[in-house]
Design a protein around this ligand. Structure first.
Ligand SMILES: *[C@@H]1O[C@H](CO)[C@@H](O)[C@H](O)[C@H]1NC(C)=O
Ligand SMILES: *[C@@H]1O[C@H](CO)[C@@H](O)[C@H](O)[C@H]1NC(C)=O
Ligand SMILES: *[C@@H]1O[C@H](CO)[C@@H](O)[C@H](O)[C@H]1NC(C)=O
Ligand SMILES: *[C@@H]1O[C@H](CO)[C@@H](O)[C@H](O)[C@H]1NC(C)=O
Ligand SMILES: *[C@@H]1O[C@H](CO)[C@@H](O)[C@H](O)[C@H]1NC(C)=O
Ligand SMILES: *[C@@H]1O[C@H](CO)[C@@H](O)[C@H](O)[C@H]1NC(C)=O
Length: 651
């Protein structure tokens, strides 16, 4: 350790001398002679943390950034999710929670440098790894390659994004010191060097020759092979607990000289529905972080704050397992921005290597339990189609996918009639595993069962000719990593009933978010108790309740968490804001984070729930509850036909 310290010290002295001449304007570059970055001509090392502005309401950006600054970080690392800004092709959105320039300005004002990772692919456990679903309009598109249509879309997007970025480059007076090209490209099968080369030229043409461009790959020689390119500085990523020296030797293989950089040092890990909540022990992090810093290396802590996959933005892995709404990640700052023991442990490590800002760390935001809210049934999805399907049904002999129908997210209802009598239990099945991703099935309004991608491929039904079969299909988030990122949603192959291929579909695209946002969903249905079917399920339906913020208590509204006692799986909105998916029947996430700014003190707050499996309202009183502490670690054991061993080594 002593020799490492001496070497670092020597390095700083030498570089300080050798670089003394070039200091008049802002510059950021790589010093290959002295194995370091140079900022304004002086040796510089960053200790950075990842934050995803797209997972935090803009209302809280400043609070989170300030806490990162107070931890002693001198930089942050951010992704730009393409599909968040160009959700509809050629319509760019940089407003409100998508105001990237405002976020960069805040970071700059607080004194944090920025390591920018604009993709186009970002992985990040984000829907389709940040790629817009509309790219799949070309059915056989080869994503992340020189595919002409993919490249044309990338060029247009970068032509929109990068000119906005340019004024924020460090050499132009802004906070951005380095820019990553693509993301762990060495983990992707395509290995298209022309594609990486194209991106390098594209970035250079928009951002200029000066900016440091880099790549990140797993710390294994196999990953560097297809992930690195001459002209892009190669960095690696690895988590705590391993051999820091040997992992940096992998980077040295690609970059014999220049700064050591771990671009993703994992402070926690991701979750999947139905699996145990990931926890990474802080002592292991402290030990490895200390070693990394003793190596004189630059490091980015992934994540420093994870945040939330609001709405439909979560990604998924393959074999199909989607990520929950919370992206807490067991990070040093919790999903809600709260300080943790891990935060202070990391700050203590950083303190040994550089000054951390004096003064109090901004406190965790207070949380409030607003209590139980009585819920009331509105309509079933099937009975509300006139209201929630703006365009009405599309007729098709065989099923069409979400993309065919120009709906990227949420739910689509497929309706057909039984072609004949099925007196005996007959398998309704998706022989080609074509339910993407979960289907809630009713026959003549009575729940008949659930099909699930990679898990439940067949259920038995009985029915009469002409019986109305409704299949509500949920898109649970597109695969964000690996070979299968071309993830089509809906019924992507035929359904069979016994030996018959079902045909003659009426397919309803659904505008649920618009309808809820505009407060149009308000017709209450007579509750008919005992409507729980033999399958022990209830038809997918909407429920609503409202609550008021109590008066006479100072500083309300405050953040809170919502939980769903006796509910099973669905989607929830508060005042039209889509909070995300709940699935306590599987876990590990039980509570959903509710940021204070979506709550109102001047009108009743409206909670709308779309319960897909089984609502407690059908057999008694039903409530949702607002509580002051999160529960993210309660996995419910469930039986699945095939137990998949899910392997994913890098984010
Ligand atoms: C870590 O790796 C280095 C380089 O391969 C090796 O010299 C060293 O012995 C390893 N340390 C441990 C504790 O295994
Ligand atoms: C469907 O019914 C058949 C015959 O009655 C039975 O053998 C099979 O196990 C059933 N399948 C399921 C998924 O219940
Ligand atoms: C559905 O079945 C028809 C008839 O066999 C076939 O032509 C069509 O390609 C199938 N569709 C899908 C998506 O598999
Ligand atoms: C139906 O579900 C409820 C709530 O999940 C459970 O308590 C009950 O035992 C189930 N009934 C059957 C017949 O499976
Ligand atoms: C909740 O819904 C009611 C009735 O539709 C409406 O008057 C009220 O403004 C809504 N509350 C909020 C905060 O939007
Ligand atoms: C979940 O986390 C809480 C708080 O850290 C802990 O008290 C509890 O034991 C954990 N539960 C499980 C099932 O791990």
């Amino acid at each position: 350790m002593a020799s490492v310290n001496a070497r670092v010290l020597l390095l700083f002295v030498v570089s300080a001398l050798s670089c003394f001449a070039v200091v008049s304007s802002q510059s950021f570059e790589i010093d290959y002679k002295n194995d370091c970055f140079l900022k304004d001509g002086r040796p510089f090392r960053y200790i950075s943390g990842s934050i995803h502005y797209n997972r935090i309401p803009s209302y809280y950006w400043k609070d989170r950034l300030l806490k990162m600054f107070m931890a002693g970080l001198n930089a942050i690392q951010i992704y730009v999710p393409w599909n968040y800004h160009e959700t509809v092709q050629n319509q760019y959105n940089f407003k409100g929670d998508r105001d990237l320039e405002h976020f960069l300005q805040l970071a700059n004002d607080i004194g944090l440098l920025v390591i920018l990772r604009p993709g186009p692919y970002i992985c990040a456990e984000w829907e389709m790894g940040g790629l817009p679903a509309w790219l799949l309009k070309k059915k056989d598109i080869l994503l992340r390659t020189m595919d002409a249509d993919y490249i044309a879309a990338v060029d247009r997007w970068m032509g929109e994004l990068l000119p906005r970025i340019k004024p924020f480059l460090y050499q132009n007076g802004g906070p951005i010191i380095t820019v990553q090209v693509e993301n762990e490209y060495g983990s992707y099968f395509a290995c298209d060097f022309n594609y990486l080369r194209h991106l390098m030229k594209l970035f250079r043409s928009h951002l200029g020759e000066e900016v440091v461009l880099f790549t990140t790959d797993g710390a294994g020689l196999g990953y560097l092979k297809c992930g690195t390119l001459q002209g892009l500085y190669a960095t690696v990523d690895f988590g705590p607990g391993g051999n820091v020296t040997s992992q940096f030797m992998v980077q040295r293989h690609a970059e014999p000289n220049g700064p050591l950089v771990n671009s993703e040092f994992y402070t926690g890990w991701l979750d999947h529905w139905g699996e145990a909540h990931s926890i990474v022990n802080k002592d292991v992090i402290v030990k490895s972080l200390n070693e990394i810093l003793l190596h004189g290396a630059n490091v980015n802590l992934y994540m420093f704050i994870g945040g939330t996959n609001f709405g439909y933005w979560n990604g998924a892995n393959s074999p199909f397992a989607s990520q929950p709404t919370s992206y807490d990640y067991d990070s040093p700052l919790s999903e809600a921005g709260d300080l943790t023991e891990k935060y202070f442990a990391i700050r203590d490590v950083i303190k040994m290597f550089k000054d951390v800002p004096q003064g109090p760390v901004p406190p965790s935001t207070p949380k409030f339990s607003y209590g139980a809210v009585q819920m009331k049934k509105l309509q079933t999805v099937s009975s509300a189609l006139d209201l929630i399907s703006f365009s009405g049904p599309v007729k098709s002999i065989f099923p069409l996918t979400f993309i065919d129908l120009d709906q990227n997210f949420g739910f689509i209802l497929y309706r057909t009639l039984l072609p004949k009598d099925y007196i005996n239990p007959t398998p309704l099945s998706s022989p080609l595993n074509g339910i993407h991703d979960r289907a809630y099935i009713t026959l003549d309004g009575v729940p008949a069962g659930i099909l699930e991608r990679d898990k439940i491929l067949s259920i038995n039904i009985t029915g009469k000719a002409g019986g109305q079969l409704d299949i509500l299909v949920e898109n649970m988030g597109r695969i964000n990593y690996g070979k299968y990122i071309n993830d089509f949603k809906g019924l992507v192959s035929n359904l069979t009933l016994g030996a018959d291929i079902l045909t003659g579909w009426n397919i309803y695209t659904l505008n649920i978010d618009e309808v809820i946002g505009r407060g149009l969903l308000n017709k209450a249905e007579e509750l008919n108790h005992r409507s729980v079917a033999p399958a022990n399920l209830t038809s997918p339906a909407f429920y609503r309740g409202s609550f008021e913020i109590p008066s006479g208590i100072p500083d309300l509204p405050q953040d809170t968490y919502i939980q769903f006692p006796e509910w099973r799986k669905g989607q929830v909105w508060i005042n039209g804001f889509n909070l995300g998916r709940y699935w306590p029947a599987r876990g590990p996430q039980i509570t959903l984070y509710v940021p204070a700014h979506i709550l109102s003190t001047s009108a009743p707050n409206n909670v709308t729930v779309l319960e897909l499996e089984r609502s407690p309202c059908e057999y008694g009183p039903c409530v949702v509850e607002f509580v002051s502490t999160p529960i993210l670690n309660a996995t419910v054991p469930h039986s699945t036909k095939h137990k998949h061993l899910y392997v994913k080594d890098f984010v």
